[in-house]
Design a protein around this ligand. Structure first.
Ligand code: 2BA
Length: 109
């Protein structure tokens, strides 16, 4: 068994969860926070049999889309007389960042 951990855009998480449930998978939606952008994102975790992992990744691929986001850099600590012209920086986020972890043991109690 594997744990698929997918970090996705908030707007894609609901659609992804709906698709997973429609295909009779169980999933958990965690609200998370990107370390670089300091913006909210979503972590979807799915425990599945090994032979279902590719299907789950297929659903993620179909339903999670990349986006360009603009970040305003934090001004550095300035010495008197120094100049800093902040300019927005564009980064491409996602479609999804996916980790696949082995599960030693699974129990529903
Ligand atoms: P954030 O950390 O907020 O990163 C958002 C996007 O900013 C990243 O998109 C990437 O394009 C860019 N970025 C991140 N760190 C950077 C850096 N040091 N320098 C330049 N650009 C940087 P994605 O790679 O698609 O990542 C989307 C979100 O997935 C991340 O949000 C983070 O929450 C998670 N993530 C990505 N890689 C991870 C990893 N190795 N471990 C844990 N979480 C990860």
């Amino acid at each position: 068994m594997k744990l698929v951990v997918a970090i996705v855009h908030n707007e894609d998480a609901k659609v992804l969860i709906d698709v997973l449930l429609k295909h009779e998978h169980r999933a958990t939606w965690l609200h998370s926070w990107g370390g670089f952008l300091k913006q909210s994102n979503s972590t979807v975790i799915v425990g599945v049999e090994d032979d279902k992992v590719d299907e789950i990744i297929g659903h993620v691929r179909e339903n999670c889309h990349s986006r360009t986001q603009t970040v305003s850099p934090i001004p550095p600590i300035m010495e008197p007389g120094e100049f800093f012209l902040p300019y927005p920086l564009e980064v491409e986020v996602g479609g999804a960042v996916v980790f696949i972890l082995p599960i030693d043991r699974f129990e529903r109690i």
